[in-house]
Design a protein around this ligand. Structure first.
Ligand code: TRP
Length: 331
């Protein structure tokens, strides 16, 4: 039997290049080698969007289209809608016993999010506990591997702790997963901030048009010390080059461009034009696939329904094993 992969995304908006280099690309590359489950985490999305459920509802289809556009093949991989797998919610409740408030408070990703959202004493319990529900996502499928960006490492660590605790207390039942980081686990935003993030408004979406991509790249910061095209340019902290490193497959062409840039023989506009080109060459086939599926939304919903059905079988098996181990399999 193939080992399993589980990853997912909150459906709160379109997926962007940061998602792509951090995790999506690995999922596409590994979908033949692993039995891959991709989770549209709408229950998790509701933990900080419960007042605007229409936003989550609308983005189920958007995220599904992003998945299909990047090349997740529904004939091979299984796309799952989290809320339609109640087994995950049940597992979450059982795992709650195995995690302390003190431990959750130390989760760096949750800590940052709590601060960013300014929750203070009105922190919703559901949001605070989402790492536990994420452990249920992963273990419901007995996933061995979880391709993620850097910011998700604390979630995988939390999951591993829950698994070890469960297996020690109740007997070996759950698979302890490992995180798979990409070569570029974090892509900076187009504003130069450390992270590309929808809430920071510094993203290039996978669904952006060629024109939008061009506009965004042309606005990117380069080397602030460089005034004229014939001043020697710097590569450190120059995000246009960071992006070229992440996306440009023509390594010798890129090396040559860097050399010319450092010796003041090439202007910013040429470097940016190259990045626009590289991105659009990558995004064009995604745009074509997206358009195809977007024209047949019924077929996309059918893919989600079939995937979710299969997911319930797998998660059901895990839940049965968990309940047996916990001695609550009465009937
Ligand atoms: N927390 C992830 C994010 O914000 C989304 C997610 C939900 C996830 N369930 C998961 C990621 C399981 C990996 C595995 O992007």
């Amino acid at each position: 039997m193939k080992k399993r992969i589980l990853t997912g995304d909150r459906p709160t908006g379109p997926l962007h290049l940061g998602h792509y280099v951090g995790s999506l690309k690995n999922r596409v590359l590994l979908q033949r080698e692993y039995d891959t489950f991709v989770l549209i985490a709408d229950v998790q999305a509701l933990t900080d969007n419960f007042e605007t459920p229409e936003k989550v509802n609308k983005n189920i289809l958007e995220v599904a289209l992003d998945y299909l556009a990047v090349g997740i093949d529904p004939k091979i991989a299984t796309i799952v809608v989290q809320s339609a797998v109640p087994e995950i919610a049940e597992l979450t409740v059982f795992y709650m016993n195995l995690v302390t408030v003190g431990r959750l408070e130390q989760n760096p990703t949750v800590k940052t999010e709590i601060k960013e959202k300014g929750f203070e004493r009105s922190l919703p319990l559901g949001f605070f506990a989402y790492p536990v529900s994420q452990a249920a996502d992963i273990t419901a499928f007995q996933a061995a591997l979880v391709p993620v960006g850097e910011d998700q490492l604390p979630m995988i660590e939390q999951t591993r702790e829950i698994v070890r605790r469960f297996n020690t207390l109740y007997g070996k039942t759950l698979v302890e997963p490992e995180a798979l980081l990409s070569k570029f686990p974090r892509l900076p935003g187009i504003d130069g901030k450390a992270k590309m993030s929808k809430s920071l408004g510094n993203v290039i979406n996978l669904s952006d048009s060629a024109d939008e991509v061009k506009k965004k790249v042309m606005k990117m910061f380069t080397d602030p010390t460089r005034i004229h095209a014939n001043d020697p340019g710097h590569l450190e902290g120059n995000i246009v080059f960071t992006y070229l490193d992440a996306f440009d497959a023509d390594l010798s062409g890129l090396k040559d461009l860097k050399k010319r840039y450092q010796s003041g023989k090439v202007g910013d506009v040429e470097v940016k034009a190259r990045l626009v080109d590289v991105l659009n060459v990558m995004l064009d086939p995604m745009r074509a696939r997206r358009a195809e599926y977007a024209g047949n939304k019924k077929a996309v919903m059918e893919i989600l329904e079939q995937g979710t059905l299969r997911a319930r079988e797998v998660a059901g098996e895990t839940l049965r094993a968990v309940k047996k181990a916990m001695k609550i399999d009465y009937f």
